[in-house]
Every structure is written in C-alpha cells, then in structure tokens.
Design a protein around this ligand. Structure first.
Ligand code: SF4
Length: 678
C-alpha cells in the first residue's frame, strides 16, 4: 500500500479501468497510445467536474492509520492535493443529507493509490462520518463513502436504478482504495446529473473479484497489440474517439471479400520505354513513355484491370465521423501587417490600426504569407488550442508550420519508419498512391474537358494499370511523369474562360491582340506545366494550390500521428513533407486542379489578378485572396465517400485517408485503398 505520489507513475489510473470496461480499444488508445479527444459529452463532463475539482485533496486520517481525526488536520494520508477552497459541507447538488447522529464532513479531489491493487485514483468527493471522543471510546473517522458525479442517467435495471459497468468499476475501485488506505468503507454513491438521482452501490465479493480480474486483464491488454474495434456497438456513437478509431470502417475494410480488392500488383512487365525499370527522369524518355501509353501495343493487354471494392451498403458503415468542421482558415496575406491576441480574439493590425478581428474559437488554422508578424502570445494560445499556424513565402512556397503537442501516439510513426526502410514494401503503397492520382486525373478530364480526348483517356488508363505493376520506385516515377505529361497536354481543354466571355477553346485571338499598353494581358492559355517559376497564370494557380494542399496534408499527417517528412514514395529531402506529398497525390486533381479550374471557369479570377515579375507570373494580393476562397470552398465541398458511402468534406476525406494508411501499416486492414471518385 502506498500513499505517496512517487509511485503513482507505475499505477493504472482508475479512470483508465472505466475505459477498459467500456471498451478495451478505447483504453488502449488513451492509456497506451496517449490519444485523447473531446466530444460534446466529455466537454460537458469536464466542465461539470470543475466544481467538484476545487477541493484541497485532504482527508482526515483513518483510525487504522492511528492519527488524530481532527477534520482540519492537514497532515493526512494523501498522495496529491489539488488547489482550491474547501467545499461547503452541504449544498443543493450534494447527493446526501447530513446524518444528524454524527457529523459528516466532505473531502474533495482526494488522490489515493495502492500498490497492492496497482491502481491510483482521484476521488471527486468523499463523505466522511466523524464521531467525537465519548470518554469510553476515542473519536475518529467512523466510515467513509465515496461519491462520484456523472453527467448522464442511471441504468434502468430490473430492480430499479443501478450503475453502468464503467461506473461500477470506478466506484468499486474507490471503495477498495479507501479500504487499502485503512478506512472503513462498504458502499459508494453515484449522483447522475441528468436525472438528478443518486444510486447507492454496495461492493459485493463478486464485484471485488470482477474488479481484480479486470485490472489483470487491462495490464495484459496494455502489453499487447491494440484490441479490435467493437462490432457495430451502440457505444461507438457516444465514444469521443470514434473519429480516430473508425470502428465500422475498419470492420468493413477488414472483412472485404478478396475478389473485391485491388489485384495484387506483382506483375513485372517489360514496359515499353522502361527497360530494366531503372528509368532516370529524363524528359525525352518520359515523353517516349507517354506516347507509348496510347499505342495498341499488345503488352498493355497484360496489365491488370483494377477493380475497386464495392462501396458500403446502407447501415454497413455508420457515419461516426463529423461531416466537416464549421471553423475557418485565417489567411494573412498583406505584407507588413501584425497579428496579435486580444482576449479570445485574433487582431490583425496595419500600421498600428486594427483592420480585422476573429474569434479564436472560429478558426482551425492560421496561414501567414510573406512578412506578416505574429506575436508569441498568439502562437502560444494557438498551440494550446491545437490550431496550427503555417508559413508561406509571398509567392506561395510552404516553409513549415507551428503546432501544439497534439497526439503523443508514437506507434504509427514506428510502423511508418519500418515500412519506409523497406523499399519493396513501401513500393506496394507507392503504386497505389500513383494509381489513385492517375485515375483521378483521368476522371477529371472526362468530366471537365470540352471534348474528352479518347487517346489521352486510353493512355491514362494504361498508365494507371502500369502504375500498379511498377517493379521499382524509379519505374513508378517514370510512369507518373508520363501520365502527368499526357494529362497536362490536355489540361487546357478543361479551361473554359478566355478574356472574352464568348471565347470558345481553340478559337482564341491572335497573339498580337494580347498586348494592352506595355502590360501583357494575361490569358488562361495553359500549354505545359512550369513550376519554378510559374510562367503563366494557370501555372501560378496550380503551384499555389499544390502548396496549400501540401500544407493541409502535412497537418492531417501530424494529426494522425505520422512524421510527415518520412515518405513511402517521395524520398526524404530537406524541408519536404514527403509522406504528406505521397497521400496528396490522390487529391491533387480532385482538390487543387479542381479549385484552379473552378476559379478560372467561374471568372472568380481574371487577368487583372496576376502580375509579371521577370519570368515569373504571380497573383496580386487581391487575386490570392480570391483564390484562397476558391480553395477553401473546394476543401469544404462534401462528397459521398467512395468506400463508406457517407458524406464527408474533402478536408475530412484527407484525414480519413491518412487514418486508413495508418491502419494498413499497423496491419489492422490488409490493403490501402486509394481515394478515387467514381
Ligand atoms: S469507437 Fe467504439 S470500438 Fe472504437 S474505441 Fe470507441 S467504443 Fe471502442
């Protein structure tokens, strides 16, 4: 038995045993992986608990411990004490009335541990019945009764209200801990706030046996692999970790019939133009390969025809993931402004004058472009609130981001590093990232091209199959490059806006008409992808869109517990979030390219939103602001998830994709499935 705080780090917190009884997987996430998320229920519980958390943590010594029973005695057998004023002896919310035959005092926030049990707990409230010295018997603590406060309602049992199992575990443990610490305690009380009812609980030998066995089971569980999710349990919708756990999604993908899966991509084809597979990124070889994709060479017939699994049928996968966040990204895009904190708001100032204010709770991200200043006080607050801050150059180069401690889970990273160290294993995933990207590029062309070009569509179909068969990273790189060449050669057909509203693609004006004074009038006549620098408005938009998407993928990778800089397809390079770029491949056409096309085709952006600087074309500050709107709108657009058949925003879809990747690495699901629209 121990009361001192120096042993508590080896002891299981009692509340973790509640979680274990609720769901062993929840226990594993919180206790082993250190993952914790609030939902509405836990937030409510936490705020209601603040009232009872205010005690000093003092408890009069027990008779067995041999000390005085002075209720003001502060030299008590307490492991820890929280700050705050002593609680009133009786208040309206208190579940008991004072016993007139003896004096009842209350102790709050009392920490007790037991090495025998291997458990430590903080007890909300203990009712202590004290009797004075009668002359014939010494006074002292006669008995104690722990009282727990719960947000919900009691369980309706056959013979009246009773405790839910997690509550029974918690209160039972408290009774055992009090006994271990020398107090006489036979029962406890749970006060359910929703119905304002108290339920008394008497610890039986069977309960005690169940509690002791559960402690052993929880310790065994903590030392093993993560338990599987519950199967369509009614507990999951109320569980704060359901967006992390994804119970139905994991079951669905785990039970997928083998012939619903993508084919095993183990074909080692002699791909035209690839030779031994060690393709260097030589433009002419990439072009040669791109051309060969559209031929009828018989070799292509051997490529696998991928078949995606069927989507979930109604009810098979419940939507436990929130459809979208209703908070916004704050883009700070004006050179020289300062961004500071005032109370619970972010204030943007220009030349000392406040030009805009935003409530911190309305934001989920702050993006700083160029030389804007952000105060340390604000960064600290944003870190605490888990709101990341990303930094870009004025031209849109993504430097990096600042964030809070976030999840402490290291297991995903351990698996990630192990997989990244095995090129043949990481190749299996890399093929799927690129397969997804090419497939989505093809879908975008089919949906948006003014006259979808059959040869290009066929070439992309070959390319996506070839990606699944790539025998090496280098070959895959070549296939990706060749597919990109085919795609961007036809990208202009998706742009349906010139400088004239009536302009028809292919019937644009002469070059001579493009001069307006000394400033060239920009047009959206995209020819080829140019990156550094972007040489035309479409390339400027694409570069910015990819930069924003890589930022969002980096944030999602971190939220799931990955190291975004260790890639499975992209090689590590200083300052490159390689894993974020891996998963981003699938989303490039769907989010970035679509946002660019939408901004141009809806005339959200016009020629006056761009400026020429040397070889480079950049957006004006106003143009950038308009594009941020187009990009954020795309991220918030909801789609039906291709596998799970529920609505999610693209922002959520990215996070889900990282979670599926994590599941694949930990072996919970067998195969990663790229995100593709149908
Ligand atoms: S969502 Fe369900 S399976 Fe997952 S941790 Fe919560 S209760 Fe357990």
């Amino acid at each position: 038995m121990s009361h001192s705080s120096d042993v508590t780090h080896d002891l299981l917190p009692a509340r973790m045993l509640n979680e274990f009884v609720y769901c062993p997987r929840l226990f594993y996430y919180e206790h082993v992986e250190g993952v914790f998320l609030h939902n509405a229920d836990t937030k409510k519980g936490a705020s209601e608990h603040r009232r009872v958390d205010g005690g000093k943590g003092e408890l009069p010594k027990s008779k067995k411990a041999g000390g005085s029973t002075d209720k003001a005695d502060s030299d008590s057998n307490v492991a820890d004490a929280s700050e705050g004023e002593p609680a009133p002896v009786q208040d309206q919310a208190s579940p008991t009335a004072p016993d007139l035959a003896s004096e009842v005092i209350h102790a709050r926030s009392v920490m007790l541990g037991s090495e025998t049990l291997g458990v430590v707990a903080k007890l909300d409230l203990i009712e202590v019945t004290v009797e004075g010295d009668t002359g014939t018997s010494p006074g002292g603590v006669r008995s104690v009764c722990p009282v727990e406060y719960k947000t919900g309602a009691p369980r309706e049992g056959e013979s009246g209200n009773s405790l839910w199992d997690p509550d029974r575990m918690q209160l039972g443990l408290q009774i055992l801990l009090l006994r271990e610490n020398g107090y006489s305690c036979s029962e406890g009380v749970v006060y359910y706030r929703q119905t304002r009812q108290r339920v008394r609980f008497e610890l039986t030998p069977d309960d005690e046996d169940w509690i002791r066995r559960s402690i052993v089971s929880a310790r065994i569980c903590a030392g093993g692999p993560i338990p599987p999710p519950l199967d369509h349990s009614p507990k999951c919708p109320r569980c704060s970790l359901s967006p992390v756990c994804m119970p139905d999604e994991t079951h669905f993908l785990h039970q997928m019939a083998p012939d619903d899966e993508l084919p095993a991509a183990e074909l080692q084809l002699a791909l035209p133009g690839l030779g031994d597979g060690a393709l260097a990124l030589d433009d002419s070889r990439v072009a040669q390969l791109a051309d060969s994709f559209s031929t009828d060479d018989a070799v292509w017939e051997q490529l696998p025809e991928p078949r995606l699994p069927r989507p979930a049928i109604e009810g098979e996968v419940r939507r436990l993931v929130a459809p979208d966040v209703d908070t916004k990204v704050l883009y700070v895009n004006t050179p020289g402004v300062s961004v500071t904190k005032k109370g619970e708001t972010v204030v943007v100032k220009e030349k000392g004058e406040a030009i805009s204010e935003f409530r911190i709770k309305d934001l989920h991200h702050v993006a700083i472009f160029g030389s804007a200043q952000i105060s340390t006080a604000l960064i600290q607050t944003l870190c605490e609130a888990e709101i990341p801050v990303s930094y870009f150059s004025m031209g849109g180069w993504f430097y990096g981001l600042t964030r809070g401690h976030g999840l402490t889970n290291v297991f995903t990273r351990i698996k990630q590093f192990a997989r990244a160290a095995e090129p043949q294993h990481s190749l299996i995933l890399a093929r799927l990232f690129i397969y997804g990207k090419i497939r989505n590029q093809r879908t975008l062309l089919m949906r948006n091209h003014v006259e979808p070009p059959p040869l290009a569509l066929r070439a992309l179909k070959y390319a996506q199959s070839a990606a699944l068969s790539a025998p090496s990273h280098a070959t895959l790189l070549g296939i990706e490059g060749a597919a990109a060449l085919v795609y961007f050669r036809n990208f202009h057909g998706m742009i349906k806006a010139g400088h004239d509203d009536d302009e028809i693609p292919g019937l644009e004006d002469d070059e001579s008409e493009r001069q307006l004074g000394t400033q060239a009038l920009f047009r959206f006549d995209f020819k080829t992808r140019s990156r550094r620098p972007p040489r035309d408005p479409v390339n400027a938009l694409l570069s910015l869109a990819y930069s924003l998407l890589s930022r969002d993928c980096t944030v999602a990778a971190l939220a799931v517990g990955f190291d975004p800089y260790i890639g499975l397809y992209h090689r590590p390079r200083h300052g490159r979030p390689a894993l974020a770029l891996d998963v981003m491949e699938e989303f490039r056409p769907l989010i970035s390219d679509s946002a660019v096309l939408s901004a141009i085709n809806t005339r959200m952006l016009g020629p006056s939103d761009f400026v020429q600087a040397g070889d480079a074309v950049n957006l004006t500050p106003l143009g950038r602001r308009r594009f941020f709107q187009a990009y954020e709108k795309r991220m918030s657009d909801t789609i039906t998830h291709p596998l799970f058949d529920y609505k999610v925003s693209y922002r959520r879809a990215i996070e889900l994709q990282f979670r599926l990747l994590a599941r694949t690495l930990t072996g919970e699901i067998e195969r990663y499935l790229p995100f593709t629209t149908r």
